[in-house]
Design a protein around this ligand. Structure first.
Ligand SMILES: [Zn+2]
Length: 52
């Protein structure tokens, strides 16, 4: 099963790969906000869900 990082507010998929995600890289790439719902995200797993 691949790793999946999704927005907990709207379910937007930030990252999906078999390799473990670099959470800070994801955070930087979207500017700290979910591109779909506009909610602020944290690079900590409290705001983004890891499904393995
Ligand atoms: Zn969202």
């Amino acid at each position: 099963m691949p790793y999946k990082v999704v927005c907990k507010h709207c379910g937007y998929v930030f990252y999906k790969d078999v390799k473990p995600p670099k959470l800070y890289e994801i955070y930087k790439s979207v500017g700290g906000r979910c591109p779909r719902c506009g909610k602020r995200i944290s690079w900590m797993p409290s705001s983004i869900t890891l499904n393995t």
